[in-house]
Design a protein around this ligand. Structure first.
Ligand code: ADP
Ligand code: MG
Length: 264
């Protein structure tokens, strides 16, 4: 954990500082033959404990933004800051969960997959790594499958292992790129509820990418709407309280988001 040293100028009741700042960030893919601007002048702040959602149609730069926040793609303009410090490279303080089910090492068991992330990154070793891994595998409901190999698990279970692996690292922010998009609708719904339950338990900070309006409303506390070509911020909204899901408040917010995304 990072502790900020207060300076003489810090006021007594300083507002909470953003955990993650995306400051006028432009991201491009460039080769000799082409130039694609995947995100243009995108700004947003993520605060500790936020469930921050990036929502927009395919091609609006959501994955590219996550890649940049992960430290895999430097901005051509603007800056990404974590705890006020520019992000220059990948690090265990930002863990990523992807959509694909093949994120696990097939020759390692569930336990070994989670442990390996901890030991390879130097986070923990030996007994401590084993205990931490078992704890998070239990949290995602897979205690019984801790010694199973990935190929014996369903898609939803593999995603749970990937989530456990990400959470076990106790990153400052968990980056999730459409993690439930490849699941069937019922499993997806179950996984969304599970993620919210995990969040209730540990209040981790999550940056979640989706192209589904209903998923954004269900998962997010804050929702950033992006439009494509190039990816630009259309609006930033508060979501609704979980107890208002399924009520007229949800339909009203869906309609509003629809209008914002598709208005010209
Ligand atoms: P999203 O995740 O919102 O669907 P992406 O971030 O994947 O969007 O893509 C944003 C834009 O960048 C798209 O136009 C896409 O074609 C382009 N793009 C993504 N990855 C690459 C790449 N590796 N090389 C060139 N262009 C890319
Ligand atoms: Mg994507």
């Amino acid at each position: 954990m990072r502790i900020d040293t207060p300076s003489a100028e810090t006021p007594a009741a300083a507002p909470v500082r953003p955990l993650l700042e995306i400051d006028a960030v432009t991201l491009q893919y460039k080769t000799d033959d082409y130039l694609v601007t995947a995100a243009q002048q995108v700004s947003f702040n993520v605060y500790p404990g936020d469930r921050f959602v990036l929502l927009g149609p395919s091609g609006c730069g959501k994955s590219t933004l996550l890649k940049a926040i992960g430290g895999y793609l430097p901005p051509v303009h603007g800056e990404i800051r974590l705890h006020g410090k520019a992000v220059m490279q990948p690090g265990p303080d930002r863990m990523m969960v992807f959509q694909e089910f093949d994120q696990l090492l097939p020759w390692k068991t569930v336990r070994q997959n989670v442990e390996f992330a901890l030991t390879a990154s130097g986070r923990l070793k030996g007994r401590e790594a084993a205990e931490r891994a078992a704890h998070y595998i239990g949290m995602v409901g897979l205690a019984k499958f801790i010694d199973s190999y990935p190929h014996t698990l369903s898609g939803g279970m593999k995603q749970r292992v990937s989530i456990a692996r990400g959470m076990a690292m106790e990153p400052d922010v968990l980056l999730m790129d459409e993690p439930f998009a490849a699941l069937d609708a019922l499993t997806r719904r179950k996984m969304q509820d599970e993620l919210l339950r995990l969040w209730d338990d540990t209040r981790f900070t999550v940056l979640f990418v989706t192209h589904g309006i209903d998923e954004a409303i269900r998962i997010g506390t804050r929702i950033l709407l992006l439009s494509p070509h190039p990816g630009q911020v259309k609006a930033e909204l508060n979501s609704i309280a979980p107890e208002l899901l399924g009520t007229a408040h949800q339909s009203a917010l869906e309609t509003r988001i629809d209008q914002l995304l598709f208005a010209h």
